[in-house]
Ligand binder design. Sequence first.
Ligand SMILES: [Zn+2]
Length: 447
Amino acid sequence: MALTKMAGTHHPLHFRGRVHESRGDKALDRLMKSSVGRIASLSALGLTHRGLSSLFRTLLADPRRSLVNLVELKLSHDWMGVEASAVVLPHLPRLQTLDLLDVTVELQAADIMSFPSLRTANFTSTWYTDDSFRGLIRILQGSPTLERLVIDYTEGAWPSGWSLDGALSGVSVPLHMLDVIIMNSVEPSAVIRIGGALDMPKCSPVFGYVNDWVSGPELLKSQPNAHCHILQSFASCTCQLTIKFLKTHLNTLALILQPVVPEKDRKCRCPTFSVAFQEKPDTLDPFVRLGDAIKSVPNIQSRVMTIYLSLSDLSLISGSDAIEKEWKKLFSSLSSLKELHLLNVSLFDDSLRTLVQTFNADPMIGGELLSVNVEFQASDIATNSLLDEESLNRDGVREILWYALAANCEKLRFLELGPVPVGVCTDEEWCMQWHDILQLLLTRRQE
Ligand SMILES: [Zn+2]
């Protein structure tokens, strides 16, 4: 064992380190045993089969002492080494944060509230076993004050719904304080079963998928028949929905379906569906799949009102007919769309042209559209000298494209392009087009 003591002798103790079972440090063992009641945080990486379990045996060897002041516990296991043995955790009355990576847990006494102060729990697994999942459920059953729960299975380690049936049969887990549950890379049928077992009346769940274009839409499609109250309430809700493709506050590129109203103001408990990308997508396939899933559930299709697309976060192969077809598939499945927001638009990117042409080519697309809002990339706005005659003709700003869009989407009332790049807004042709657009929209607004 090679733990490092991080604080002074008269204060709460913080331990962090790697744990072997065989190489004991006697002095450190003695210190930990005698100071067990002062340990406030413990972060340990198990390097051997029984590394973590022997650590807890050492800490809890004296029944007169307990981890009464432990607030934060982080345990991980080096899966590259050997299979981990289960860690037996005692009653931890002040524990607020629990973080487990590839660690299976058993409880010393399963019949008492093991973690009555727990607020945040993160369970990350690169593998799945029934025992590890049962341990997770038992922790949740002993944590009535839990506010935030993350269940994260690394891609390829999804528990399948069926294998969870044994662990979840007859189980109900009251989590009445839970605000957020994030199920990341969990297989749809497993999400349905886990979501059906947890009783969380105020929670807004997030179902996240890493680079997976199938699971999120599958979940959406399967939910009208699902035995999962979260998904049932989503299907029967009436709240307006939005699609977003952009970088989230964590700088992750994601395709998201969620209620329009921000979570803090939301009255319903509708979930957020999210697909995260490790790289910019080079096809619109994930968008098409999302559109297909939305189309298959009429009550969801009629609620998708707005879409936000960060165009420069797409890396589409330019000049391909396939792109226009895919845009067409996506937007024809969004028949109730009222607002289109295009973000990070680059003047020199074909995505814009193909997208706008999609609206112009088919009167059925964008038929309900009321407003279009375009924000150019900051680097393009000041672009002046770069705009030669050829690029002006090529870009999607000066062309008559925009007038065509306004004319073809018959319900369109508002078109905001701003700020228009310097080299464009002084151009005579552009000024004429913009004048005509304003006239058209103004006439409609007065009707
Ligand atoms: Zn809702």
